[in-house]
Design a protein around this ligand. Sequence first.
Ligand code: 2DT
Ligand code: MG
Length: 216
Amino acid sequence: LANMPRRRGALIVFEGVDRSGKSTQTALLTQNLSSHQIPSILRRFPDRTSTTGALISSYLSSTSEPELSDEAIHLLFSANRWEAVKELEDALLNGTTVIVDRYAYSGVAYTAAKGLDLNWCKGPDKGLLTPDLVIYMEIPIEVAATRGGFGGERYEKIEFQEKVRGCFKQLKEQDPTWRVIDADRPVEEIQKDIVGTVLEVIERVKEMPIGHDLWS
Ligand code: 2DT
Ligand code: MG
């Protein structure tokens, strides 16, 4: 038994604009994996519970002129991921599949949507844990906006979300490993596609080393 290769978990990232259904689908996915006896944990970025997360949360919830520059808040979002690497890696090595609601792609898309250079935006997350699968929840902004409307946080405006969607589209074109899911469908139908893909990926990567080379 000691010589048996340990099976690792898969790193599954969900991305998309606000109200694309990421939270609903990630929650359902953990339940479905559990019913398949596959151990998993669900994390989200920003993780608002850490010290950097508290600063980020206060930045997001305020609608007045920000005290942090666009570059500074971008670096904080990245730091908020870097501080989680050890926990995520330990879980993966332990055989636990890690599902994350937003990752570095949101980091780039939301900052680039403000007009900052896309390649500059990628810089701080270079070398982060590489996702085994990125599920992109594709939805027109008009449809997302009808889902109870956007909330009151800083980025929750139709015009800004359109720009974010454009930036996600650029990232998608640079990365053939993205799996685009039509998110404008009934919840269960979407989940069925997701579970199928995720089970395949978990099986495919279980004996592969964990990647530490996002965008590098
Ligand atoms: P939630 O609504 O999902 O809590 O996100 N964002 C997120 C960034 O600008 N940069 C990042 O690196 C990440 C992970 C997206 C809160 C908002 O934060 C944005 C929406
Ligand atoms: Mg939000």
